[in-house]
Design a protein around this ligand. Structure first.
Ligand SMILES: NC(=O)C1=CN([C@@H]2O[C@H](COP(=O)(O)OP(=O)(O)OC[C@H]3O[C@@H](n4cnc5c(N)ncnc54)[C@H](O)[C@@H]3O)[C@@H](O)[C@H]2O)C=CC1
Ligand SMILES: [Mg+2]
Length: 307
């Protein structure tokens, strides 16, 4: 009988004594999300993360660490002016989150401006998001991903799908409205379930044809409308590996059982060895930022505790 390792992120609800600061932060965030005037004020004292065509700006420090530079609104206005652009463009920044000190955090895409010129002024480099995950510290990765997802949503939802008319965003960018139809659009999320199956000794990993060669990952799939996470998980396992582990070649190219030794070896690989075509030549698993990696790591730890 196959057992999912466990369902990740099932929250343990507790009332915390220190929840006061969390409550005030969430209320502050909600206010600047909903109220245009409050958001404009927050932008004046907030932090802005720059992107160029959705690639985040990173800065390498003297000690070789990569950081996500948090610019001030006046810094961005200065950059825009120096490059002959309208400094008012900074108002297009999208609210991402706020810090523990209640400073608002925004993302702003300067894709219309020459990349190299911005990089020089900011002493940084625009890096592909997946590469940025390898370079940044853990806490910055979710922020940069969220900033990019919101920018992408705005860049692809400029028109109402009912009337074809342009949609207008609110100041924070938490919604877009078509004034012709009255429809309000909110950033779209696509819930996904991910699971690591184990038969007690081995774990089951699959690969899609689009994965880099040799890389196997935990089974994952998008939830359907109206489905619970548990139902989605059950369906995805049935679809992808079937009762007798028959593999659906449309979604998965291959699925195999891997022993603890094989998994341990794969977890140590930072960059897989490659052949002369640049293709990896060994079995490897997604990098440490990936949820699949954390599931596999946890399974390996549990196997150790059992032995
Ligand atoms: N963080 C991690 O460690 C891992 C993340 N993933 C991610 O999980 C997600 C789901 O995994 P898959 O196996 O690709 O999903 P899946 O098993 O549901 O198959 C993908 C199919 O779902 C449909 N689809 C695409 N986008 C959709 C959406 N937004 N809503 C509903 N259906 C959609 C398409 O027909 C697509 O071919 C992917 O984004 C994948 O990159 C997958 C494995 C590991
Ligand atoms: Mg899948």
């Amino acid at each position: 009988m196959l057992q999912p390792l466990r369902i990740l992120f099932r929250p343990k609800w507790m009332v915390s004594r220190s929840s006061g600061s969390y409550v005030s932060r969430m209320r502050h965030l909600n206010k600047i999300k909903e109220e245009d005037e409050a958001c404009r004020a927050a932008l004046q004292s907030g932090n802005i993360f720059l992107y160029h065509k959705l690639a985040p700006l990173l800065r390498r420090t003297d000690s070789g660490i990569y950081q996500l530079p948090a610019l001030q609104t006046k810094d961005v206005e200065e950059i825009l002016e120096k490059l002959g652009e309208d400094k008012e463009m900074v108002k297009e920044s999208i609210l991402i989150n706020c810090t523990e000190q209640n400073e608002a955090q925004f993302s702003f895409d300067v894709g219309a401006i020459e990349q190299a010129a911005v990089e020089e002024l900011c002493r940084g480099t625009f890096v592909d998001l997946r590469k940025a995950f390898f370079l940044l510290r853990g806490s910055e990765a979710p922020l940069v991903a969220r900033g990019q997802a919101l920018l992408r949503w705005h860049q692809t939802n400029g028109f109402c799908s009912s009337t074809g008319q342009p949609t207008q965003r609110n100041q924070s960018g938490s919604q877009r409205v078509c004034h012709s139809s009255g429809i309000t659009y909110y950033p779209k999320m696509s819930p996904v379930v991910i699971v690591l199956l184990s038969d007690g000794k081995r774990c089951l990993l699959g690969r899609q044809s689009t994965f880099p060669r040799g890389m196997y990952s935990a089974l994952a799939g998008f939830c359907d409308i109206g489905e619970t996470m548990e139902e989605a998980l059950r369906r995805e396992i049935a679809e992808e590996v079937g009762l007798e582990v028959s593999v659906d070649k449309v979604e998965l190219e291959d699925a195999r059982w891997f022993s603890l030794e094989e998994v341990q070896e794969a977890l140590t690989i930072k960059a897989p060895p490659r052949n002369n075509k640049g293709e990896p030549t060994v079995f490897w698993v997604p990098p440490s930022y990936a949820i699949a990696n954390r599931l596999i790591q946890e399974w390996a730890n549990q196997q150790h505790l059992k032995s």
